[in-house]
Design a binder for this molecule. Structure first.
Ligand code: PLP
Length: 309
């Protein structure tokens, strides 16, 4: 099954009115394995510029910057979103990453492929990686350039996530749901943290990169008060980030066939396994945040096909 993507011709005016785009993110009621949930469709914001990455980059929209620099993996969900944003702004985008294999260059897929057109990849030798990241983080780039931290873990990200919180609040009031619980899977935890800071509803999350201690440590970098952190749930089984697991594919496939919604394979798959396990103790009105990122599914599905076909 090859996912077909038509890259949209989007006008700059489309993303200059981000609030308008955010209104594409509706809240739907779904039934999955016999239980009902609400889903906030941040994947519908825009075909490329969507999900929590779009929310995190909201603060950029009014800045007059001449280039964007970032770093991370070539299959990071942040990569195509940043690349697209730079393209719309007509500014260069430099992305530091570890060496890219010849095979990947000859067979580009997923997020890497989506970003190729407007990204200057700067390959850093493995042995220099740590040092480069340290330098990048420490560099006080002049007004012309802007550094976006890996995964958008930075306080400016709160601006767009606050809008997400407001949309949820408004909806809950309209629907008269007072005991709403929010659930979303975490990488850096930035999204879950800023949602919890801006909502009176309890926010639950699960770590997809590293364990509970690692996630707590990340959150403490931004918020010292543990009481303001989202509640972290986890499984006994440890999953390595980015690795394919049969149960991840199965829940992705079941979600797609039962709800017609394509969820993401790295974060949402684990998210839904955890949510199903803790569903009863969380509460009866659960809102799952779809954080976009499905462009990256293409390369993961290819790996699943090879492994389990
Ligand atoms: C980036 C991403 C996350 C992780 O977001 P954090 O704010 O770093 O926790 C979760 N889900 C999807 C689909 C993502 O692309």
């Amino acid at each position: 099954m090859k996912l077909k993507r038509n890259f949209p011709t989007v006008l700059l005016s489309d993303i200059s009115n981000l609030k308008q785009l955010f209104s594409n993110s509706i809240i739907e009621k779904i039934i999955f394995n016999g239980n009902s949930y609400y889903v906030k469709r941040d994947d519908l914001i825009h075909p490329v510029f969507n999900g929590n990455k779009a929310r995190k980059l909201f603060f950029l929209k009014d800045l007059k910057i001449k280039k964007i620099i970032s770093f991370g993996g070539t299959q990071s969900n942040m990569l195509p979103v940043l690349s697209f944003f730079a393209e719309m702004k007509n500014i260069p985008f430099i992305y530091c990453c570890k060496p890219i294999s010849t095979f990947q260059k000859e067979h580009p897929e997923g997020n890497y492929k989506a970003a190729l057109k407007n990204t200057a990849f700067k390959e850093i030798p493995h042995e220099d990686w740590q040092e480069t990241v340290k330098d990048l983080k420490a560099a006080s780039l002049d007004n012309d350039g802007l550094l976006i931290n890996q995964g958008g873990l930075q306080k400016e990200s709160e601006k767009g996530l606050k809008l997400l919180a407001e949309e949820i609040k408004e909806w809950a009031e309209k629907e008269k749901i007072e005991d709403l619980k929010i659930f979303l899977p975490s990488g850096t935890g930035t999204t879950a943290l800023f949602l919890q800071k801006n909502l009176n509803f309890d926010v639950f999350t699960t770590p997809c990169v590293g364990d509970k201690e690692y996630l707590t440590k990340q959150l403490l970098e931004v918020e010292k008060d543990l009481l303001k952190h989202p509640k972290i749930l986890d499984l006994d089984k440890k999953y390595n980030f980015g690795k394919p697991y049969k149960e991840f594919f199965e829940i992705y496939r079941d979600l797609k066939s039962q709800t017609r919604i394509e969820f993401e394979l790295l974060y949402d798959a684990k998210g839904w396994i955890v949510l199903e396990k803790f569903r009863e103790s969380i509460g009866k009105n659960i809102l799952y945040i779809h954080q976009g990122g499905t462009l990256g599914n293409e390369s993961m599905l290819e790996r699943y096909r090879k492994l389990f076909s």
